[in-house]
Write a protein that binds this ligand. Sequence first.
Ligand SMILES: [Zn+2]
Length: 426
Amino acid sequence: MNEKLFRAIDDRRDELVALTADLIRFPTVNPPGEAYTPCAEFIANRLRKRRFETQLIRGQDTPGDSDRYPRTNVVARFDGRGHGPTVHFNSHIDVVEAGEGWTVDPYGGIVKDGRVYGRGACDMKGGLAASIIAAEVFMDVYPDFPGAIEISGTVDEESGGFGGVAYLASKGFFSKPRVDHVIIPEPLNKDRICLGHRGVWWAEIETKGRIAHGSMPFLGDSAIRHMGAVLHAFEEELFPALDRKQTQMPVVPEGARRSTMNINSIHGGQTEDFFPGLPSPNVADTCRTVIDRRFLLEESIDQVKGEVTSILDRLKRERPKFDYSIRDLMEVQPTMTERDAPVVTAVAEGIREIFGKEPDYVISPGTYDQKHVARIGHLHDCIAYGPGILDLAHQPDEWVGIDDMVESAKVMAIGLDVLLRGALRG
Ligand SMILES: [Zn+2]
C-alpha cells in the first residue's frame, strides 16, 4: 500500500527541490527578521491552492516585532473526511545570518551534486519542504483520510521563538483539542528521532567594587579581581562537578550527554571606547558575566541555581568586601517525549520501512521550539524529525541532500498514515 505513497513522492522529487530553493531565496535572516511576510505569504499561497485553510498571524508586540520587521507566521489546516486526530508539522522560517566563507550565493537556492545549497537549506527549509510534499501527497493518495493536517511556518526560532511558536501556543494553536501530534522537521538526521532537549539557565552575575585611581588600587576595590575569584571557584569546583553529571537522556553529540556550562561573556571596568584609544585609568567598580548552563532531566532548576549561588555566598563569607548580584535571563525546562508516545512510534515505523533499521532516539543539546509546545501548549506528543544533517546547521555552504529530503518525506508520509489512518492501513 505504501508503495503508492512512495511512488507519488518520487514523482515530486523535482517539485520538492524547487520548493526548497524557492524558500531559500527568501532571505529570512534573524535578527532582524527580514522577509518574514513574503515568505509566509508564499507558503500560504501554495497551500491555499491545495485546499488548505491558511492564516497569517503576526506575533504582535513580541521581541523584535515592528512594522518594518513584522513577526509574520503562517498556519495552514486541511480537514479530512470524518473525525480524527490532527497532525501538525511545524517549521521555523527564520535563518541565522550567512556569515563568511561561502562559495555559493547563500540566498540563491543553488542546486548541484544532489544537494540544495543555501542558508537555511538544512536548518530548516529543506525539512519544511519535505513536510509540505509529504502532506500533499498523503492527501492526494488517501483523499478520504480522517482527522486533519496542519502545517505552520513560524518565526524567530533562532532567537527564542517568542514571536513564533510561543505566541501561537499562547493562542491555543499547539494544544488539544486543536492539535494532537506535532512533528518539527529540524535537522536531526533522517534516521533519528529527536525526543526533546536539555534545559537552559542563563544568568548574569555581577560583582561589585569601588572606583579609585588606577595608580592607587589599594584605595579602591576591584570588581574584576572579585570576578576572578568567582571564575577560579568555577574552574576548581563547578566545572569538574558538572563533568561528573552524566545523564540517561540520549543527548547527541556524546560530549553533551552531561551537564555543561559556557561563560558567554565578561565585561569589567569602564568602557574601553569612552575615549577611543585611551584605556580607563580606574579601578573597576563593576564586572558582569553571563553564564549559559545546560541541565538534565535528572536535575532541578533550583539545584542548578543553588550550585552557583552557594559558591557566590561562600565567597561572600570568606573573601573580604566581596559582594554580588545575580539576575535570571532565561529559563527552559528540559523536555523528553516518551519513546512509546504515538508520534514517536508512527515515525519510527516510517524509519524502519524506509531505512530497514531501528531509529536512533536522540536528545538535542540545545533547545528548539518543542519547549513552547510542551510548556505553553501542554502537548507532549511532539518530536523533531527532519532530513537535514545537524552538523551543517549555521555553517557556510549549508546544504540539504535531495535524497535525504525525498526519504524523509516518505517517513513523514508513513507517519501521517499511521497516525491518521491507523486501523485503515493495509
Ligand atoms: Zn532550526
